[in-house]
Write a protein that binds this ligand. Structure first.
Ligand SMILES: NC(=O)c1ccc[n+]([C@@H]2O[C@H](COP(=O)([O-])OP(=O)(O)OC[C@H]3O[C@@H](n4cnc5c(N)ncnc54)[C@H](O)[C@@H]3O)[C@@H](O)[C@H]2O)c1
Ligand SMILES: [Zn+2]
Ligand SMILES: [Zn+2]
Length: 361
């Protein structure tokens, strides 16, 4: 019997989101039906609503979620009803060219549910990042469910499903931050603040936070920033160089994703250092650089997709560190809201009032 539940959709470009009844099928082979407990509001949900990702309206929004597996389809053995899981958007296939090269974090054929969730009139929904979790229940591929310790609070656990993992992984996995490194993070929203927490966890000794909002710089200090720069008041490149013996930082993470911030990252890193782009640019953005600078400064220029994470490896480990008091994931939860308040949460995010609003179901 299909499940009729409440869900938050974006019906058309630019229109405010709506809370409507959606229809969720029973799980088929390889699928899992999940009762959502919490789902964070990520900037990417707003990108979907605005048409910045695709035009496949209506979207079922929400993708940073945790919940309880309610039913599984045929052939599912990794998770069972009652399991507490974080939903992921990287259910690796094991067979694509990336997986076969032993680099499953780049998997080019990740799994999603095969059946579609719909509106009551049968219109098929496009779930955000193949999840769609601003809903009482959602249907995903069983590989999108990662079991973690149920002692973790649902609101906190869900955040690892996207932005917080992207930031932690940008520092730890993509940037390869190590003990004694200097790190600068440009943009200290949910993703950048997580990159700061990741740099601290990895043993960086100087962690420089850059933002245009003093409230974000204050919270960056709580996550482990040793120094802060307000980009509206000081030259970012010169300030980072001044804090690193004139050299620049070993790893610079751009968690905004604009030509301006990426160029700052490029010039604020030490020779042979690493730039990590984790903020998502828009299609109109371009960049021009002297090629000799690219050659002469050496090092590596990387992008970080979902923090190069492997959910099965990283989620349980990070939840354990959180439960041991070594990773303050609870600080990312600025407020807990109801399912009908997602539109308000977009406004607060846009105005810089929150790191993360989390819908509690
Ligand atoms: N790569 C991935 O896998 C991945 C995953 C999730 C989110 N993202 C992307 O990461 C980016 C950040 O997401 P978020 O949720 O933290 O957003 P957010 O809006 O909470 O944070 C952005 C921060 O950047 C600051 N900022 C804006 N312009 C700046 C500038 N010129 N210099 C310095 N700081 C500036 C803002 O004040 C804000 O604090 C978004 O583009 C989002 O789509 C990427
Ligand atoms: Zn693959
Ligand atoms: Zn996200």
């Amino acid at each position: 019997m299909p499940h009729h539940v409440q869900g938050v959709i974006a019906r058309s470009q630019g229109a405010p989101v709506e809370l409507v009844t959606i229809v969720v099928p029973d799980p088929g082979p390889g699928e899992a039906l999940v009762r959502v407990l919490a789902c964070g509001v990520c900037h990417t949900d707003l990108h979907y609503r605005e048409g910045g990702i695709s035009q496949d309206y209506p979207f079922l929004l929400g993708h940073e979620a945790s919940g309880i597996v309610e039913e599984v389809g045929e052939g599912v053995t990794d998770v069972a009803p009652g399991d507490f899981v974080i939903l992921n958007w990287r259910a690796v296939c094991g067979n694509c060219r990336a997986c076969l090269r032993s680099e499953p974090q780049y998997c080019f054929n990740t799994h999603n549910a095969t059946q579609r969730m719909t509106l009551e009139d049968g219109t098929e929904l496009s779930p955000a990042l193949g999840i769609g979790a601003f809903a009482e229940k959602t249907l995903v591929h069983a590989g999108q469910c990662t079991k973690v310790d149920p002692a973790a609070s649902p609101a906190v656990a869900g955040l690892l499903g996207c932005g917080v993992m992207a930031g932690l992984g940008a520092a730890i996995n993509t940037g390869g931050v190590g003990r004694g490194d200097s790190v600068a993070v440009i943009g200290c929203g949910g993703v950048g603040a997580a990159a700061i927490a990741g740099a601290r966890l990895a043993g960086a000794t100087r962690i420089i936070a850059v933002d245009i909002d003093d409230r974000k710089l204050a919270s960056a200090r709580e996550f482990g920033a040793t120094d802060t720069i307000n980009a509206r008041e000081a030259d970012v490149v010169e300030s980072i160089q001044a804090l690193t013996g004139g050299n620049g930082a070993d790893v610079v993470i751009d968690a905004v994703g604009t030509p301006e911030t990426w160029k700052q990252a490029f010039y604020a890193r030490d020779l042979a250092g690493t730039v990590v782009l984790v903020g998502v640019p828009t299609p109109d953005m371009t960049i021009e650089l002297p090629l000799l600078d690219v050659f002469g400064r050496g090092g590596s220029l990387k992008s970080s997709w979902y923090g190069d994470c492997l959910p099965s490896r990283d989620f349980p480990m990070l939840i354990d560190l959180y439960l041991q008091g070594r990773l303050p994931l609870e600080r990312f939860v600025s407020e807990e809201i109801a399912l009908d308040s997602v539109e308000d949460a977009f406004t607060k995010m846009h105005d810089g009032d929150v790191l993360r609003s989390v819908v509690i179901l």
